[in-house]
Design a protein around this ligand. Structure first.
Ligand code: NAD
Ligand code: ZN
Ligand code: ZN
Length: 345
């Protein structure tokens, strides 16, 4: 079978031929129908030696959907043919966090030697993915795999970030989404679907601003010198209740701090290398709260899939054959993907 492999830090991933794995013990073999590309894949490829607790070679792909092809002799909780999405942040499986389906905050995260499928362990940009346990599978029914795959990270991470700030997004509130790519366009839809909040969106790309509006944002503006002024005016001068930042650089932190209302929430999802200094007394708004959400929980993934099946979420995709992975990565690097790029093995 073909697989998109990272073989060396800093080197673009390439297609390789691998043996199809055989599930042992509680493992499940999933026939991959779709695998999404995430900006995090680019951060991983570009990582400096020693920056991550794992090393190449491994197959990329942490957003995966397909159907169960084969089960190990001890696997239970699924059956051959079941259509599933893969919950990607595989933890130790034994700690209290993992027991609650919160592998994203596994107590042994630092010692595992991987962050999940396609992140230190072989992932889903291939024909068949070996999943350690059926507990990492969430049924999707007849949801298309090209929709389900991106929901397992772009959807789930946005949903989890929003869960942490939802208490600030009651009646009459305003949310700001910064960066309307794979994650951000789903975040806009999730804020609309699960809160009464007004949604503002910002991106440096015009077509991403258009995507924000099509995703349900009340206002979309290009990132520029007067963005803070334009957005503040839009809130009647008081500022926004919560910012979901899918970029995370100096410019977006400055925008968030400028716009947050006292008691405001900043959830930083993007790994854009920005720094935020906390100083007392200082310039952060009174009551400022910061969260650094990572991925999401398995129960949340089931909720995201349910929202999509009910028609509340639609992933904008650009689809590529698995063999066109290098082209898809090229477009992602150039910032030319609208919504999510998805590979079809
Ligand atoms: P993406 O490339 O699909 O989207 C990023 C968007 O941000 C693009 O539309 C881009 O035009 C826009 N952008 C870039 N710089 C900007 C700026 N200065 N101001 C405004 N907009 C700007 O990326 P993605 O796959 O959606 O991922 C977004 C970020 O989230 C990445 O840093 C990724 O690594 C991170 N991420 C984090 C988690 C987590 O668990 N915390 C999970 C997945 C992805
Ligand atoms: Zn990701
Ligand atoms: Zn654990």
């Amino acid at each position: 079978m073909k697989a998109v492999r990272l073989t060396e830090w800093g080197r673009e991933p390439a297609l390789a031929e691998l043996e199809r794995p055989i599930p042992r013990g509680a493992e499940v073999l999933v026939r991959v129908e779709a695998a999404g590309l995430c900006q995090s894949d680019v951060h991983v490829i570009d990582a400096a030696e020693g920056a991550l607790p794992y090393r190449p070679p491994f197959t990329l792909g942490h957003e995966v959907a397909g159907h169960v092809a084969a089960l190990g002799p001890d696997a239970e909780g699924t059956a051959a043919g079941e259509r599933v999405v893969v919950y990607g942040p595989w933890g130790c499986g034994n700690c209290t966090r993992c027991a609650a389906g919160r592998d994203n905050y596994c107590d042994r995260r630092g010692d595992l030697g991987w962050h999940g499928a396609g992140l230190g362990r072989d992932g889903g940009m291939t024909d068949y993915l070996l999943v350690p346990s059926a507990r990492h599978l969430v049924p999707i029914g007849d949801l298309p795999a090209t929709q389900a795959a991106p929901l397992s990270d772009a959807g789930l991470t946005s949903y989890h970030a929003l869960s942490g700030v939802r208490h600030a997004l009651g009646e009459g509130s305003v949310a700001l989404v910064i960066g309307v790519g794979g994650l951000g366009h789903l975040a806009v839809q999730l804020v609309r679907a699960t809160t009464p909040s007004r949604v503002l969106a910002v991106d440096i790309r015009e077509e991403a601003v258009d995507l924000a509006l099509r995703s349900g944002a009340h206002l979309g503006v290009p990132m520029g010198a007067d963005t803070a002024k334009v957005l503040r005016a839009e809130t009647g001068g008081v500022g926004v209740d919560a910012v979901l930042d899918f970029v995370g650089n100096e410019a977006t932190f400055a925008l968030a701090v400028d716009l947050l209302r006292p008691g405001g929430e900043l959830a930083v999802v993007g790994s854009g290398g920005g720094r935020l200094t906390v100083r007392k007394p200082g310039f952060l708004p009174a009551g400022f709260r910061l969260s650094l959400p990572f991925w999401g929980t398995r129960p949340e993934l089931a909720e995201v899939i349910a929202l999509a099946r009910a028609g509340s979420l639609h992933v904008e995709t650009e689809q590529f054959a698995l063999s066109a992975a290098p082209e898809a990565f090229g477009r992602l690097r150039q910032g030319r993907v609208r919504g999510r790029a998805v590979l079809l093995p």
